[in-house]
Design a protein around this ligand. Sequence first.
Ligand code: NAP
Ligand code: ZN
Length: 349
Amino acid sequence: MIKTRGYAAAAVKAPLAAYSFERREPREHDVAIAIKFCGVCHSDIHQARDEWGGSIFPMVPGHEIAGIVTATGGKVTKFKVGDRAGVGCFVDSCRACAQCRHGLEQYCAAGAVWTYNGREHDGTPTMGGYSDKIVVNEDYVLRMPQNLPLDAAAPLLCAGITLYSPLMHWQAGQGKAVAIVGLGGLGHMGVKLAHALGAEVTVLSHSLKKREDGLRLGADHFHATSDAQTFTKLKSAFDLIVNTVSAPMDWNPLISLLKVDGAMVVVGIPEGQIPIGAFGLVGGRRSVAGSSIGGIGETQEMLDFCGSHNVTSDIEVIPIQKVNEAYERVVRSDVRYRFVIELESLGAE
Ligand code: NAP
Ligand code: ZN
């Protein structure tokens, strides 16, 4: 077994603290990775606080993992020692269902094996990237573009793919008016990616505080959802709205901003249920859909796209000892735009 050090939440809502555990030795098709950086996703906070229910403790969160391959199993063909490697939100799936066979492993019928707060096929709880090492089957490991710094590229593995996948599926591009709701970790990647794809991009943020940032990141327009006029001015304006907001909010006024046949794709996962009025949908053949990260093939495609368009996340790198403070700041939306933990800081303990 491989001795691994990290940070874990011991119980629901407990602050994260130093934690040692063991990972399996690499099997034939496994890759061992020294983790250099791991992004802090709002999903880490939802799960460490058990806001979605069913959390497994102790929990080592983290699914925006970037590092260097340190060992490979005897039958590994895709990676060699020294390669830059990434791991996103899942580390295995059944490989046999229709979704797995079509590159949609995130929707695996048997349930993808989530990188943390999940269970391997043998029942072992999974532990994520707030740790110094990880062992993953090569088919679920990504190649990180050579030209992108590993710290700023780490958030692509969740925030990046979570926006890239719906933008591609709903064909955001030239001639399309796309709104991104919520300018956080996911939202700022949405602005960069939609802009790189050639769409006309609007940010809908709860205030105008992040306006300058939004325009710098590539938005053409920026509006506050706290201003009632936004909803009169932008009525029926968008082909596509991607909603990244992590807290409960009324979705009906947003639906009224869709053109006929427009779609609002929900990627934010607030606690609880949100009611939707039928009139808003019926009155414009509008749809509301959801989307979860992306498959392995699509995640690699997104990484390569980001490599060729020089797209990375705007980050604040922190030592792991600051992770609890970072959680508080994320909840207050006080982050521009992704915290990334530098795992070397574990060595200082
Ligand atoms: P984040 O960095 O905290 O960003 C969320 C943004 O939502 C904030 O920056 C803020 O934007 C807005 N917001 C927060 N509280 C709000 C409130 N009370 N009212 C209105 N707006 C509010 O979080 P993230 O890491 O981007 O994650 C966003 C959500 O996506 C989380 O729920 C996360 O679990 C989920 N997620 C889903 C997937 C998926 O596959 N579908 C993947 C990763 C994460 P403004 O300041 O601009 O208003
Ligand atoms: Zn995430």
